[in-house]
Design a protein around this ligand. Sequence first.
Ligand SMILES: Nc1ncnc2c1ncn2[C@@H]1O[C@H](COP(=O)(O)OP(=O)(O)OP(=O)(O)O)[C@@H](O)[C@H]1O
Length: 353
Amino acid sequence: MKVTFKDVRLSYDGKTDTLKQLNFTIPDGALVSLLGPSGGGKTTTLNLISGLLPATSGQIFFGDTDVTKQDALQRKVGMVFQNYALYPHLSVRDNIAFPLKMQHVAKAERYQKAEELAKLVHVDDQLNKKPGELSGGQQQRVAIARALAKSPSLLLLDEPLSNLDARLRIEMREEIRRIQRETGVTTIFVTHDQDEALHISDAIMVLNDGRIQQFSTPTQLYDRPENLFVAKFIGEPVINTLPAEKLAADLTNHIDGDILVRAETAGIRSEAIVPNDYGQGVLTQIHASLHQAQKYGREATATLDYQGETLLSTELAGLPRDQSEGDFFLTRAGFFLFDNRGELIYGGDADDQ
Ligand SMILES: Nc1ncnc2c1ncn2[C@@H]1O[C@H](COP(=O)(O)OP(=O)(O)OP(=O)(O)O)[C@@H](O)[C@H]1O
């Protein structure tokens, strides 16, 4: 089901806006993550979609239907929370079938549906057990099956993996992706873990301070961050940032003057600082001193001192340690300029330049 927000605003106290004029469309059949720092508005947005929270103003559409005034039941969404909220005294079979029981679906039919869903989420060998006898991952599978029992318009997941250990989180995020593909149900997933969002989503909505910072594919978020917040929020190691004026001399012959005068901050991804000009994709050359090299497992990082700024690179492994001075190169990919409002004005889109 396609979901559209038109100028949706939410105020909890009637004075300040927690969410400010949200406008977006989530395409039918997509898996979309809501990603952002704590307090950014992810859960509030999810609760507006589900109907648990009424919008202060604006309109919400499911497909072409205006559901702004409908409650959660009328919107027929399936929800999964981080604490699973399974009924401890009911078997797995009865937990999955529970929403159908509430709808007075006949026992044989609801058990048949429960068994089908248990197969889909791979707990069909656990049907007679109680939730307390299952692992965290299995409980989360049951919670997903239960949310799917009513053939919901949308599947909404609020930090569903945060109670699981690191290995299980990775396994379960792949499972959510698989289940979503197999059912085709439009799925909206809240997380503060960018790795999780980047791995499973068709699109990611980055929310901060009640505003959509960017809503695009994972690749675009990384390769073309629309503002400085997204550039800094997405990517590990964190992007290097420095005042653009420090680079002015090294950029003048390579970037239009009218862009350079507006540029306030430069963002340079750690893989965009390379030791050689292989001819392809190099933007400019910089003179810097290499003053440290570190190796953590497979990751090798080096830091450069450039105009009093420390720049981290992941591409300088193998160079002699503490090579005092040298020339290094910045690639076009992974180099960005932002204006004084933090908006992207250069980089990420080779066609524009
Ligand atoms: N019921 C409420 N009443 C008043 N303010 C609230 C309520 N729920 C959330 N808020 C505030 O709204 C803002 C957004 O909260 P929200 O829970 O949507 O953020 P979030 O991105 O989901 O954060 P987290 O990752 O910590 O869950 C926060 O400043 C929060 O304090």
